[in-house]
Design a protein around this ligand. Sequence first.
Ligand code: ZN
Ligand code: ZN
Length: 414
Amino acid sequence: MRYLVGLHEKIVMRFVRMRMEIRQLKIMNKGLKNQKEGMEFDTSDEAYIYYSTYAKEKGFAVSKRNSRKGSDGKLMNVTFQCNRGGKAKVTTINPVKPRPQTKIECPARLNLSICRDGRWRLNKVALEHNHMSWRHNFNVFTTNAKFKEFQKLFVRRLNCEVMSETKVDYVRSKYEVEEDIIFGEFKRKRRVSFIVDFNGETNEANCSCRLFEFKGMVCQHQLAVFHRRRVERLPEKYVLRRWRKDVKRVHTKIRINYDNSSSTIEARRHDNMCNLFNEVADLAEDSEEKYEIVIGRIRELKIELLQSSVICGSNLLSDTPNASASLGDVAIPSKESRNILDPKAVTRKGRPPTTRKQGWTVVCTPACCVQSADGSNAFRHKPFFHPNGHQYGQQMIVGQPGPFFYMPTYPPSQ
Ligand SMILES: [Zn+2]
Ligand SMILES: [Zn+2]
């Protein structure tokens, strides 16, 4: 039973995630359409989703800075900012153990206000941050688990000390790094020394602990030397291909849900292409001649695709009109919709017009209108509650046509 409940929760979560992804994609497309004359959004939440997706791509976090309400209590103006914006508050009580500060007055932010037509328009945009170092590049490029490991190493680097430097030749130097290693249940300390070879031309460092050679991970001694030599950017060599977030892996293409829509556009495209390839292979497998033709064509296609990706910097599937039409009957949005452009605002004279004087209207959301329980097409403007379910809290309707509806968490208004 517990297993079934867990499974049910998993299915619901996947469905919710899928809906969110589709919503995000729609917002992205809308934002891009309005890129020329300043971005516009239907709600401030949409703007927030856009900015947080953009932020995720660039490698920072977003928080809400402030908002202003009109006399009728409606939002008129909101500001979203980088998570590291704002002044640091000193909350340290014990001066021996100062609390770490995250706020460093980062200026990156987005300001929006509501227009007369009820849409949200970008007023001010600041894109520059006052942080973003090579530690940050590592975050963008590696997977989350690896990044956590890297953070631990970074803490261990604090136990390291560069003791001496000897020049080998005009580019290479040898560093002696000592580390305080704590071990055993009595937390005994021992000082161990390591030798790091540093090449000033390529910014490569080889450590005698051989952690990189064994685990493919930069070690704390190398980090200490990088810090000493003020290396801004971690050399490409130290971010292994298998840990990059942007690397394409075969197992990400495997179908995990068996309803009609796959979770990502790439997976759906891959699916459609594989289906077509399978059909072609079935037709050609019994004759040597047909086999040669198919292999020849696919090789030509491969060369063509490789060349076009070199010219355009992206794969050309969406640019060839016939290719996407013949791949399958599922409509596929183009590849460009995934590129998130910088936000852009156009300044206008004076305070933006507001909707303050307008009366409010009732808007039906999908969650408040449900089909009658007897199956007729009449829609009731009231939440539907299953007779055997809980009265409050989340509940899923069984036997309803189409996708599930999620119940609101408030009691029904009678
Ligand atoms: Zn920032
Ligand atoms: Zn080392």
